[in-house]
Design a binder for this molecule. Sequence first.
Ligand code: PRP
Ligand code: URA
Length: 208
Amino acid sequence: MPIHEIRHPLIRHKLGLMRRADLSTKNFREMAQEVAALLTYEASKDLPLEPHTIEGWCGEVAVEKLAGKKVTVVPILRAGIGMLDGVLSLIPGAKVSVVGIARNEETLQAHTYLERLVGALDQRLALIVDPMLATGGSMVATIDMLKKAGCRNVRALVLVAAPQGIDAVLGKHPDVHIYTASIDSHLNENGYIIPGLGDAGDRIFGTR
Ligand code: PRP
Ligand code: URA
């Protein structure tokens, strides 16, 4: 199944802290990046390697290095920025493609306002980052955009996913693997994930 709920103790612990309504913006931000790094570790487990020879302290050593074009990380503005550094802490050479999408709070429809993708997407793995997968509209729009630009290898990293969002993504893009710290219960009448984290963008940027 292309849905991976990573039930690592460190992730469970940190996510539990993030659910606290009284957690400070500073701590919420830090934990979003830490959980993003832990999800990255899982999502990069099968990256291809190639053999390589280096000059070591005792002469030549056969080692390995990541093969192919560099990964692109795709934060969905705004809240995806809150996971970007966590991914880059493990994959510092990654290229960053920025996508701006806002969800209309009444209709819940995703509106795209920015598209800045890196080149050679047909040769790259794209790691989309966004803390919340709710109706799935924002994620589906991002995957549509990446595939239209030639990308064939897409993975999504989200802190919390709702079953409805997972169904929406996998219904349209069954080849995309989703890595999440938690599959939560459901969406409320306003399209918020329950129990979720609240408005992730507001909590990361300290707005409201
Ligand atoms: C939030 C969140 C996702 C989207 C999820 O962003 O970060 O991008 O909603 O909802 P969906 O799955 O129903 O599309 P929002 O549109 O609130 O923008 P922000 O990041 O600028 O706060
Ligand atoms: N966006 C958020 O920030 N939180 C949700 O629960 C749903 C969408």
